[in-house]
Design a protein around this ligand. Structure first.
Ligand SMILES: [Mg+2]
Length: 239
């Protein structure tokens, strides 16, 4: 297993699962599906743009982010209501129906990145022990873990709500490393979030690999510099 560490820690959302882009696809589908039944003249593309703006506004707000990550259904209602109000697409009731449809269809809209699941299996075949380190609510993350049969692929799973703290808190890294009976120097962490995954891992003394799945490049104001950048976790097998 040259070139690979004894332990690999992985983030779930936007590292194994293609989450953000599948959300955009579902918002787009729903805008086109709902537009004919909304206020006359509602343009699906304008509604989509308003949803993007409302989403960015919501998640930029520290207080909203704190509760939103644990109550995504309510967060989506707030975001949709804001977008509907900005565009005059319809009432709050219509916005809530739109958001609730998204919540119902969300799980089925998610796909893993191409080759991601196979990469996990190959890493295990090569003797790497795997830890899943993910922020968010137990119910939401467990649904995804079950749907993609990830539970049996990991030697340890740490979910923010279950553990009591989330990335970038170093305690979550210490927690999962202790469950894997590993030291920080034995492990790599791979994730897409420069604050949670990269700054967090580096604070914990873990080799940090940034999953730059959109090929954006490292921003100037990055909170931490990763030790390595990959565009797909498949690249980890290349050494
Ligand atoms: Mg992520």
């Amino acid at each position: 297993m040259s070139g690979l560490p004894p332990v690999l820690l992985l983030d779930l959302d936007d590292t194994i699962l293609d989450l953000s882009r599948s959300a955009q696809r579902l918002w787009t589908t729903l805008c086109h599906r709902f537009a004919p039944d909304l206020a006359p003249g509602t343009d699906p593309e304008s509604l989509l743009a308003a949803l993007r703006e409302a989403t960015a506004t919501f998640w930029r707000d520290g207080e909203a982010r704190r509760w939103g990550v644990f109550d995504l259904e309510r967060a989506r209602r707030v975001i949709a209501a804001d977008a509907f109000s900005r565009t005059g697409a319809g009432s709050g009731v219509a916005a809530f129906a739109f958001a609730d449809t998204f919540s119902r269809e969300r799980l089925d809209s998610i796909e893993p990145f191409p080759g991601a699941i196979e990469t996990l299996d190959t890493l295990r075949e090569r003797g790497v022990r795997l830890g899943l380190v993910t922020n968010g609510r137990s119910k939401t993350q467990r649904e995804k873990i079950e749907r993609f049969e990830l539970g049996s692929r990991f030697d340890a799973i740490a979910i923010e709500e279950e553990v009591g703290f989330g990335k970038p808190d170093v305690r979550v890294f210490r927690h999962v490393l202790s469950r894997l009976d590993a030291a920080p120097c034995d492990a790599w962490m791979v994730g897409d979030n420069l604050e949670a995954d990269i700054a967090g891992a580096r604070s914990a003394g873990v080799h940090a690999i940034w999953h730059d799945f959109e090929s954006r490049g490292l921003p100037e104001d990055a909170p931490a510099t990763p030790d390595r950048v990959v565009r797909a976790i498949l690249e980890l097998l290349e050494g």
